[in-house]
Design a protein around this ligand. Structure first.
Ligand code: PEP
Length: 249
């Protein structure tokens, strides 16, 4: 049985007030028990978020980490430091980092391994651009990104991995993949995983990301291979985000 996960990626947004507003809302809302809820705020808000969410079931995530534990990397934050803050999840390979910071599959893998080494669970983000989709390369691109990392992990790491399929053309654009488009790619990821281990493929948690909101979440989350969502814009709106969490229950 795969536990649904709803993760809110605040990107470089938010404020101390927003953290507090979410803390109050999470304390009052009835979040469905089987759903795991994670908020990934910018680094400076992690400590405030840890305190604000302390009496709620919500856990903390980070948006990236540096693969080194420490050293001369001005501006960077290591997995060890994040673990000290109580971070449970970290994104690796978000398309904004692949595109804007030129993160390669190899660097994404390094971050995944660094996360595992300190006990943080990585969420590997994969997805095709519009050009790649239009050229009929969606599955090739997505399975290459998935395969580069998954083929290098041991079975226990593969078991603890979460994969977020996020078509690049759907992120922050208001243009969501149809439930059928999303399901098709997620099913391909699960079939690929079955090549390593059939049982493990059934356990692999797959999230959809790309303009998911309170209106379209239910239909997307009803798809057979979609076990949750990675939410950007709508995770900054308290009521919308809680509505998405509730539709995953
Ligand atoms: C994201 O940043 O991972 C994302 C899915 O953003 P949005 O929901 O705004 O498309």
């Amino acid at each position: 049985m795969r536990k649904p996960l709803i993760a809110g990626n605040w990107k470089m947004n938010g404020s101390a007030e927003l953290v507090e507003a979410f803390g109050r809302a999470f304390a009052e809302a009835s979040l469905p028990a089987p759903v795991e809820v994670v908020i990934l705020p910018p680094f400076p808000y992690l400590d405030a978020a840890r305190q604000a969410f302390a009496d709620t079931p919500v856990t903390l995530g980070a948006q990236t980490l540096n693969p080194l534990h420490s050293g001369a990397r001005t501006g960077e934050v290591s997995g060890q430091m994040l673990r000290e803050f109580g971070v449970d999840y970290v994104l690796a390979g978000h398309s904004e980092r692949r595109q804007l910071y030129r993160e390669s599959d190899e660097e994404v893998y390094d971050r995944v391994i660094a996360a595992f080494s300190v006990g943080i669970r990585p969420i590997l983000c994969v997805g095709e651009t519009l050009e790649e989709r239009d050229a009929g390369h969606t599955e090739d691109v997505v399975l290459r990104q998935v395969g580069y990392v998954m083929a290098r992990l041991d079975p226990e790491q593969r078991r603890r991995m979460t994969i977020a399929y996020e078509p690049v053309w759907a992120i922050g654009t208001g243009r969501t993949a149809t439930p059928q488009q999303a399901q098709q790619v997620m099913a391909a990821i699960r079939r690929y995983q079955a090549g390593f281990d059939r049982e493990l493929a059934g356990e692999l948690r797959l999230l959809y990301g790309g303009s998911m909101n309170a209106s379209n979440a239910k239909e997307l989350l009803a798809q057979e291979d979609i076990d949750g969502g990675l939410i950007g814009g709508a995770s900054l709106k308290v009521d919308d985000f809680i509505a998405i969490c509730q539709s995953a229950g």
